[in-house]
Design a protein around this ligand. Structure first.
Ligand code: BGC
Length: 454
């Protein structure tokens, strides 16, 4: 049985029906404000047009390179589209060293171009002409399909000299500086766009793409008449365009203050992008573990966990010393654990604190803390998804999902569905589908669809 005091501790994370409805209304308002030219500058859900206007048909063919930059690793991929909704992907992961994440932009792009050259050489394609789709998972103002100006760094990146610049051009210049491969950057896209495209490749009803990984964001298909910022010449021949919501920034106008907890405020205050990406800081993998860490500290202080142990101050020390010590993946492992053995939970506790035998009660408390933090994240994500699903003009809407939190958390999907059931309009038929490598396959598809429409 859980202590009443533990429930009380976690109460601020439990969203009431009223709060869910209120966040939903505020979110929908921000989306509408982001789309409108007159309110866009103040809106915090920016809704950037992506210039991706055609969804794949499944018959796309050809070899494409894709680059995927947006988290702690980046990947280079060779995607062969084979028609009949089929594709094969060959990829290589490269680390982004911490110092490069906060170094100069030129250094970052030189490093990427270097890895790209190695990859092409390994695949014996140094002399082949290769079109490249660049999945760049940060907020960008797109001026066209292959021009994207970085608005701001997120997720721990802070490279000098890139904000306000065209990242497509910076990558192109880095490739030119080396001069050892014939690669053309033909498209820049967000990972959410890649997710939507890769799901649409398999299911024509996909209209929303969502990432809940290191960061959190979504895109959706909107009618061109509603997208004021789309250049007029792009409204003539096509009815719709993918809009990158950049919902991670939701709340920067105070909209979430009525549900943010003291722990959310502390996560924000200690981050390198203070007062920015507030919705992301409540939902994304980069922050969820840290939230649990802060709640655990409070639980230790109030003697709500590890009550039998005299080593509580020492445990608190472990949690205080390192913000990243409680990894987000532990949340998934703990919620996946079986009662009453709690084998994974006990292992995590042993590794963190050197505590050999956590009691069943301790494990239950820890699990409840994780559950409340993850469930709130899933509820918030589902509020956003409902807002976007309800905006689309289709009756049947598939939501394409990806990201480590969604993928590996055993209940994230179920938590999301509970909220979607409450908020999505009754006349819509919806479902969620897991994306297959959106950042790779999706990038190749954007590149392929772009060459087709030329
Ligand atoms: C970025 C988005 C991205 C999301 C998921 C956020 O921090 O702003 O552009 O889609 O992370 O990777």
């Amino acid at each position: 049985m859980l202590d009443a005091e533990v429930r009380e501790l976690m109460q601020p994370f439990v969203l009431s029906d009223y709060q869910v409805q209120e966040v939903y209304s505020r979110f929908c308002l921000e989306v509408a404000r982001g789309l409108k030219r007159s309110t866009h500058p103040q809106a915090n859900v920016k809704c950037f047009p992506t210039y991706v206007q055609d969804l794949p048909t499944g018959d796309e063919m050809g070899k494409y390179l894709a680059l995927d930059l947006g988290g702690t690793n980046f990947r280079v991929l060779l995607v062969s589209l084979k028609g009949h909704h089929d594709a094969t992907v060959d990829s290589q992961i490269y680390a982004v060293p911490k110092d490069l994440m906060v170094g100069s932009g030129v250094q970052l792009f030189d490093h990427i171009a270097g890895c790209l050259a190695k990859f092409v050489e390994k695949h014996d394609m140094k002399t082949a002409y290769l079109p490249l789709g660049f999945t760049f998972s940060f907020p960008c103002v797109q001026l066209g399909l292959k021009e994207g100006l970085l608005v701001r760094w997120t997720k721990g990146f802070d490279c000098a000299g890139v904000e306000g610049e065209d990242v497509g051009r910076m990558l192109h210049e880095a490739i030119q500086r080396r001069g050892d491969a014939d690669i053309a950057v033909v498209a820049i896209l967000n990972d959410t766009t890649g997710t939507l495209m890769s799901c649409a490749h398999r299911n024509a009803d996909c209209r929303v793409g969502v990432i809940v990984g290191t960061g959190c964001n979504a895109c959706y298909v909107e009618d061109v008449e509603n997208v004021d910022l789309l250049r007029a010449d792009f409204k003539k021949s096509k009815r719709s365009v993918i809009v990158n919501a950049e919902w991670g920034a939701f709340g920067e106008g105070g909209q979430l203050d009525f549900v943010r907890t003291e722990y959310d405020r502390e996560v924000d205050e200690k981050s390198i992008n203070r007062a920015e990406q507030l919705f992301e800081k409540m939902t994304a993998g980069m922050y969820l573990g840290n939230l649990v860490r802060l709640v655990l500290l409070r639980a230790l202080e109030r003697k709500l966990i590890f009550k039998q142990s005299s080593r509580r101050p020492e445990f608190a020390g472990v949690l205080q010393r390192n913000e990243e010590v409680f990894e987000t993946r532990y949340i998934s492992e703990i919620e996946d654990d079986s009662f009453p053995e709690f084998a994974s939970t006990r292992k995590i506790v042993r590794n963190l604190f050197g505590l050999e035998k956590a009691s069943v009660e301790d494990c239950q408390t820890l699990r409840y803390i994780c559950e409340c933090v993850a469930k709130r994240a899933a509820t918030l994500v589902a509020i956003g998804v409902s807002g976007l699903v309800n905006r689309t003009s289709n009756r049947r809407v598939i939501v394409g999902m990806d990201g480590s939190v969604y993928r590996y958390h055993p209940k994230f999907d179920a938590y999301m569905r509970q909220t979607l059931q409450k908020l999505v309009k009754a006349d819509k038929e919806w479902d969620i589908m897991l994306s297959e490598d959106g950042s790779g396959r999706g990038a190749a598809l954007v590149a392929a669809v772009a060459s087709k429409s030329k």
